[in-house]
Design a protein around this ligand. Structure first.
Ligand SMILES: Nc1ncnc2c1ncn2[C@@H]1O[C@H](COP(=O)(O)OP(=O)(O)O)[C@@H](O)[C@H]1O
Ligand SMILES: [Mg+2]
Length: 330
C-alpha cells in the first residue's frame, strides 16, 4: 500500500532489516496496515520473499477514555514471544528483530489461511477443539515457566499488567460499582499476591490466529510472572460475552470454555485457583461494559445483561463455573 510505504517508520525498519542481514535488499517491499488491536500500530511487510509483521506499541491506547502505558512494553512482547516459542515452537511467531531504541519489533507473519479466532467466534463458528488446543498450550506455558528461574528473572516486572489490567479492568470497575469495591479489591489482592508462572495477560480470542489443525497466540506485551487463573478467567470471560451476544449458540461457547478448562487441568502441573476463576471473570465482565475497553459488538440490552451478571456473581460470591452461563438459560 503506497501510503503505508511512505511512513518514515517503515523506511527505517527496512533500512535496519537490511543492516541486520534479515533481508538482502529492501527493493520491492509491500506494506499493508493490519487492524484489530487498540494498543499498537501493526503492519504486514513483504520483503525479500519474507512475510513479516512490524509492530509499534502506542503510548496512548486507541479507546475513547484516556489510557496510557509506556511503549517500552514492546520489548517485553518480543522477549515473551521468544520464550513462548521455546516451550511451544508451533504456537507463536518467531521474533526476527527487536529495535529497543525505536521500540519496534519485527516477527514472522502467520500463513494467510490463519484467521482471527474472534471473527470466527462472532460468526458462530465455535470449535471446541480450538478451546482444547489453547488449554493444552497455556498449561505448557504456565507449567514450564513455573519452575524456570530464567522466566522469573525476565518477566518479574508487573508494571504493564498494572497499567493495562489491574487499574483499568479491576480498580476502575470498583470505582463505578462502589457497593462491590471491597469484594473486587479482595479479588485483586489474591490475584496480585500470586507469583506462580508466566501469565500471558491478554489471552483473548482476538490474539489467537487459527487454521485447520494449527494456531498461534500473539500479543505477549502484558506477559508477567503472576496468577495463572488470570489467563483462564480472561479467555472464559470473552466466551461468556460471545454467549450473551449470540444466545442461540450459548451452549457452544460454554462447551468451548469447558474444553479449554478441562484440557488445561489435564495438562497443567499447577492447580489454578478454581475458587477465583469465577470472581475474576465477573470483574472482567464488568470491565467489558464499564471499564476502558468496552466490547465492540454489544447492543444496549447485551451490555445490561453482562453488567447484571457480573454484579450478581460478585454479590453472591459465586465460584461455580455454571453460574457464568445462568442468565442465558432464563
Ligand atoms: N505475526 C502476525 N501474523 C499475522 N497477523 C498478525 C501478526 N501479529 C499481529 N497480527 C494481526 O494484527 C492484529 C493486531 O496485532 P496485535 O499484536 O494483537 O496488536 P494489539 O497489541 O494492538 O492488540 C492481530 O489481531 C492480528 O490479526
Ligand atoms: Mg491484540
Amino acid at each position: 500500500m503506497p501510503d503505508a510505504l511512505k511512513d518514515p517508520r517503515i523506511d527505517r525498519v527496512l533500512t535496519r532489516l537490511v543492516e541486520q542481514g534479515v533481508v538482502a535488499s529492501a527493493d520491492g517491499a509491500t506494506v499493508v496496515e493490519l487492524s484489530g488491536g487498540v494498543s499498537a500500530d501493526v503492519f504486514a511487510l513483504t520483503v525479500g520473499g519474507r512475510h513479516l509483521v512490524v509492530k509499534w506499541a502506542l503510548p496512548r491506547l486507541r479507546v475513547a477514555q484516556e489510557w496510557l502505558s509506556s511503549p517500552t512494553r514492546i520489548v517485553v512482547e518480543a522477549d515473551a514471544t521468544s520464550y513462548a516459542r521455546t516451550v511451544r515452537p508451533e504456537n507463536a511467531p518467531e521474533i526476527v528483530d527487536v529495535d529497543d531504541l525505536n521500540l519496534v519489533i519485527v516477527m514472522t507473519a502467520a500463513a494467510p489461511e490463519m484467521g482471527n479466532w474472534k471473527s470466527a467466534l462472532l460468526d458462530g463458528t465455535v470449535d471446541p477443539e480450538v478451546g482444547r488446543s489453547l488449554g493444552s498450550a497455556l498449561a505448557d506455558w504456565h507449567s514450564v515457566s513455573s519452575s524456570d528461574p530464567d522466566a522469573f528473572r525476565r518477566f518479574g516486572d508487573r508494571r504493564y499488567f498494572v497499567e493495562l489490567r489491574v487499574a483499568p479492568f479491576f480498580k476502575r470497575v470498583g470505582e463505578v460499582h462502589r457497593d462491590l469495591e471491597e469484594v473486587i479489591d479482595r479479588v485483586v489482592d489474591r490475584m496480585t499476591e500470586r507469583s506462580i508462572c508466566l501469565v500471558h495477560g491478554d489471552f483473548s480470542p482476538k490474539n489467537v490466529l487459527v487454521s485447520e489443525g494449527s494456531f498461534w497466540v500473539l500479543d505477549w506485551e502484558i506477559a508477567h510472572i503472576g496468577d495463572p487463573t488470570f489467563d483462564l478467567a480472561f479467555l472464559v470471560s470473552h466466551l461468556v460475552c460471545k454467549a450473551i451476544h449470540r444466545p442461540a449458540e450459548a451452549h457452544l461457547y460454554e462447551a468451548c470454555a469447558r474444553s479449554f478448562l478441562d484440557a488445561y487441568a489435564e495438562r497443567s502441573i499447577l492447580g489454578a485457583d478454581q475458587n477465583d476463576l469465577v470472581p475474576q471473570a465477573a470483574c472482567l465482565l464488568l470491565a467489558r461494559v464499564d471499564g476502558k475497553s468496552p466490547v465492540d459488538y454489544f447492543d444496549a440490552g447485551q451490555a445490561r445483561q453482562t453488567r447484571s451478571l457480573g454484579r450478581r456473581l460478585l454479590a453472591d460470591r459465586a465460584t461455580d463455573f455454571a453460574a457464568l452461563w445462568h442468565p442465558l438459560e432464563g
